[in-house]
Every structure is written in structure tokens, then in C-alpha cells.
Design a protein around this ligand. Structure first.
Ligand code: 5GP
Ligand code: ZN
Length: 110
């Protein structure tokens, strides 16, 4: 188990933005932009490194959930960034796959 598994299981409280049977989205506890939401699979996957072929649909669900949330948050037109950090050099600190949805301001170049 990990901290994001505990959030998905509601053992650790979070500000839930969206959830269905496979995906959950919640506000980042330390936002780095006005909108900074994390979208995770409820099932534990370490990172993109350990994705399997059968996870293809699940990854699509993460991206579509993020797209829908961006629209609900009113940043579809101004733009947003979806980030999947993988491993230490990318700054991945939680080893449970998560998509960062960031926007609400002009983001620095990445
Ligand atoms: P990473 O650096 O692994 O790509 O992103 C992990 C993110 O999870 C960080 O931006 C951090 O602020 C966020 N985070 C870590 N622990 C918690 C937590 O307990 N609750 C919430 N909502 N976000 C967390
Ligand atoms: Zn986990």
C-alpha cells in the first residue's frame, strides 16, 4: 500500500474533485499553480515504467478525466499542462502513478 492508495481508499482524507470506479482526482496538498489537481488510478501502479499493455484503457481514462476537470475548472480555453513524472530525475516522489493537471496561470516552460 502507499499514500495514494490510502487516499483512493479514503483512509487519508483529500479534497475529491472526481471519482468513478477506476479513477480518482483530488487537489494537490501543495499546489504549484492556481489549479493543481492529481488524477490517479484507484488500482496501484508504480509509474509509467511499470505500465502493462492492459493498462492502455486506464491511462486513457486518466487523460479524459483530466480533460473534463480542466473544462469544469474553466481552464480549457486558457490552457493547462498534464504531467506524468517517472522516476527520481523527473522528481517523482509518490510511487503511485499520478497525472498532474496544472493551469490557471501562464506556466513556466517545461
Ligand atoms: P510527484 O512529485 O511524485 O510527481 O507528485 C506528488 C505530488 O503529490 C506532490 O505534488 C505533492 O504535493 C502531492 N502530495 C503528496 N502527499 C499528498 C497528500 O497526502 N495529499 C495530497 N492531496 N497531495 C499529496
Ligand atoms: Zn498506491
Amino acid at each position: 500500500m502507499c499514500i495514494f492508495c490510502d487516499i483512493a481508499d479514503k483512509k487519508i482524507p483529500s479534497d475529491v474533485i472526481f471519482e468513478d470506479d477506476a479513477v480518482m482526482a483530488f487537489s494537490n496538498i501543495e499546489p504549484k499553480s492556481p489549479v493543481h489537481i492529481l488524477v490517479i488510478p484507484k488500482r496501484h501502479i508504480d509509474s509509467t515504467k511499470t505500465l502493462k499493455e492492459e493498462d492502455e484503457e486506464l491511462v486513457g481514462k486518466l487523460v479524459l478525466a483530466a480533460r473534463n476537470i480542466a473544462k469544469e475548472k474553466g481552464i480549457s480555453e486558457s490552457g493547462y499542462r498534464l504531467i506524468l513524472n517517472t522516476g527520481r530525475d523527473a522528481g517523482q516522489t509518490v510511487d503511485h502513478l499520478h497525472l498532474h493537471l496544472m493551469g490557471g496561470e501562464k506556466l513556466p516552460f517545461a
